[in-house]
Structures are given as structure tokens and as C-alpha cells.
Design a protein around this ligand. Structure first.
Ligand SMILES: Cc1cc2nc3c(=O)[nH]c(=O)nc-3n(C[C@H](O)[C@H](O)[C@H](O)COP(=O)(O)OP(=O)(O)OC[C@H]3O[C@@H](n4cnc5c(N)ncnc54)[C@H](O)[C@@H]3O)c2cc1C
Length: 293
């Protein structure tokens, strides 16, 4: 199938993009890397009358590392994050997540913001965002600027808290300072580069004796949105991680999920995967298991 006819405008500034969104209401759509939107248009799941191209806006490509946060412009390409050692070192969980996102070709075009706004429940960057507690800065002509925590951004499959006339400007990712920060990201998909049937992410901070001082973890692909479990992961803090604790924490998370069945996996298999993957990422982050990829 081919996309329905549309008008194409390449804008020179965010303000121009916001003006067009305001003028055309829900009929206009922003396009960044096009890696999700173009296939959606080709399948006629999206039929924007006006396509507003923001891919070349330098305003959306700035990134800032200030010790406590990394702010990534929405238009920063996924591959640019992989190639920037400062970003890479400050955000190890994002680095781990990106390894699983599509292919080098899709990451070269695809932007960080595009992946987050697309809000696929199986996508890796949204999972990293909820686990780390990222904050989204968005702007529209009418409402001005507002900040949305990742925990309130994802509302359902391909559905987020962004208004039709809003543009995502940048994403603020908290940096865990100090030594002993360890991360792991695992998923199971039909083929490498496919969307995950289930994925799991974990970030731990261990002290010199191997005791967990801070923990964050989450699951993707097992519900309508990526899920973080801050109250459960807090149960790791103050303990030296071992197999039993890792399994117990993973099972407490799995008890909360209600996965759906589809052609790739039924709900029971997804629940099983979630438990196995979460246990694995906790043990890997604690240095008790090596990743096999
Ligand atoms: C073969 C293939 C494999 C893939 N595998 C994976 C995978 O394993 N994991 C994964 O997560 N993704 C995967 N993807 C999807 C894809 O790589 C990302 O979702 C994609 O990179 C989105 O970013 P984009 O810049 O291309 O967004 P676009 O396609 O341009 O836009 C996506 C959506 O975001 C909106 N948007 C973009 N930027 C903004 C902004 N600044 N403000 C407001 N709205 C905005 C658009 O209007 C659109 O609704 C795959 C894609 C392909 C083609």
C-alpha cells in the first residue's frame, strides 16, 4: 500500500513547526527520522494531511551533560548517542537499551524523541525513560511549555500525553553520580531488531562491599505501556544481591503485570519471559551473571 496524499513542509524553526501544528490542528503531523511514521503512513494507519519535517532543526539536536542530568534534544539521532562517549558513559542504561533498537540503519535516521513519542510498549527507549524517571519538556503555541514525567507520559499502546499541537523539545535524564553504577538490558524478540515480546531493564548502584544502595528496574512489552517498579526495586536496597533475592524481586514485579496474548506470544509465555529476564538483569547488574550478547 502507498501513503495517502499529503502536503510536505520542511520548517526552519520549532516556532514555525508549532505554527503549522496550530493552524492545521490534528491534520498535521511532525516527522523526525520517519522510521515509525513512514511505515504507519504506508499502511494508512496514519493519514496526516500535512507533514511537518523537523529533522534538520538544530534547536532539537542539542545535548547537555551537567553532572546531575543529561538533557537530550528530541531530534538527537539514536546513533549519535551511541557514538558520543560522554552521553554513553553518563547514561549507561540508555546505551544498553539502544543496542536492542532496530538496526544501525534505523538508528542512524531515528531520533530519541521520535521513539519516545511513538510510544510503542515494546520499544526500548520508553522503558529506559520510565526506569530512570526521565522528564519530557514539550511546547505548543497555545499552552507554552510544560514538563511531563515519564511515569505520566505513556498512556497506552502508541498513545501518550502529548497534545496534538505540542512538540517534544528535549528529555532530561537523571544521572546517577558516584561509583558502582551497573546496568543491564535484556529482551526476547523473534529476530534481532524486531520489537520485543518482553524486555527488562535494571540499574543498580553498589557500594564497595557489593551492597545495593540504589535500584531501579522495569519491564517492556508486557502491558500497554512500559512499566517501572520503584516500590519493589527499593526492596533491593541495603542487601547484597543473590539468586534468591533477584528471583523474589522479579516475581513481585511479575505478579503486577497483565500481559496480552498475540500471534508472537501468549500471556503466560510473556509472564514467564518477564520473570526470567528481570532475574537476569538484576543478577547481571550485580555482577553475578554475564550477558550472552
Ligand atoms: C525495520 C525497523 C525496525 C525497528 N525496530 C525497532 C526496535 O527494535 N525498537 C524500537 O524501539 N523501535 C524500532 N523501530 C522504530 C523506530 O526505529 C523508532 O520508533 C523510530 O526511530 C522513531 O523515531 P523517528 O525519529 O524515526 O520518528 P518518526 O517516525 O519521524 O515519528 C514517530 C512519531 O513521533 C512523532 N514525533 C517525532 N518527533 C517528535 C517531536 N519532537 N515532537 C512531537 N512528536 C514527534 C511523529 O509525529 C510520529 O508520530 C524500528 C523501525 C524499523 C523501520
Amino acid at each position: 500500500m502507498k501513503a495517502a496524499p499529503f502536503e510536505y513542509v520542511r520548517v526552519e524553526s520549532v516556532d514555525e513547526a508549532l505554527n503549522l501544528l496550530s493552524l492545521h490542528g490534528g491534520d498535521a503531523k511532525l516527522i523526525a527520522g520517519g522510521q515509525s511514521l513512514v511505515p504507519m503512513m504506508a499502511m494508512r494507519l496514519a493519514r496526516p494531511a500535512v507533514l511537518v519535517d523537523i529533522a534538520r532543526l538544530n534547536e532539537l539536536k542539542e545535548s547537555l551533560v551537567d553532572g546531575r542530568f543529561v538533557t537530550l534534544g528530541a531530534g538527537v539521532r539514536q546513533r549519535s548517542v551511541e557514538l558520543d562517549s560522554t552521553l554513553y558513559e553518563s547514561l549507561p542504561l540508555v546505551r544498553d537499551a539502544l543496542r536492542w533498537v532496530g538496526h544501525i540503519q534505523t538508528r542512524t535516521r531515528g531520533t530519541v524523541g521520535g521513539s519516545l513519542v511513538h510510544a510503542d510498549p515494546s520499544a526500548e527507549l520508553p522503558l529506559a525513560a520510565v526506569v530512570l524517571g526521565a522528564t519530557f519538556r514539550v511546547r505548543s503555541l497555545e499552552e507554552g511549555e510544560r514538563r511531563i514525567p515519564a511515569s505520566e507520559f505513556f498512556l497506552g499502546p502508541m498513545f501518550n500525553a502529548l497534545g496534538e499541537q505540542e512538540c517534544l523539545i528535549d528529555i532530561e535524564w537523571p544521572v546517577w553520580s558516584g561509583p558502582g553504577v551497573k546496568t543491564a538490558f535484556e529482551e526476547v524478540a523473534m529476530r534481532h531488531g524486531d520489537f520485543a515480546m518482553a524486555s527488562a531493564a535494571c540499574q543498580l548502584q553498589l557500594d564497595g562491599d557489593g551492597v545495593c544502595r540504589r535500584a531501579a528496574l522495569g519491564l517492556g512489552g508486557v502491558d500497554g505501556t512500559p512499566l517501572a517498579f520503584p516500590d519493589i526495586s527499593a526492596g533491593l536496597e541495603g542487601y547484597k544481591v543473590n539468586q534468591d533475592i533477584a528471583r523474589e524481586i522479579a516475581q513481585a514485579c511479575v505478579a503486577r503485570i497483565q500481559p496480552a496474548s498475540d500471534v508472537h506470544a501468549d500471556a503466560d509465555y510473556r509472564r514467564h519471559l518477564a520473570g526470567v529476564l528481570l532475574t537476569r538483569v538484576i543478577l547481571q547488574s550485580a555482577g553475578l551473571l554475564h550477558a550472552e550478547h
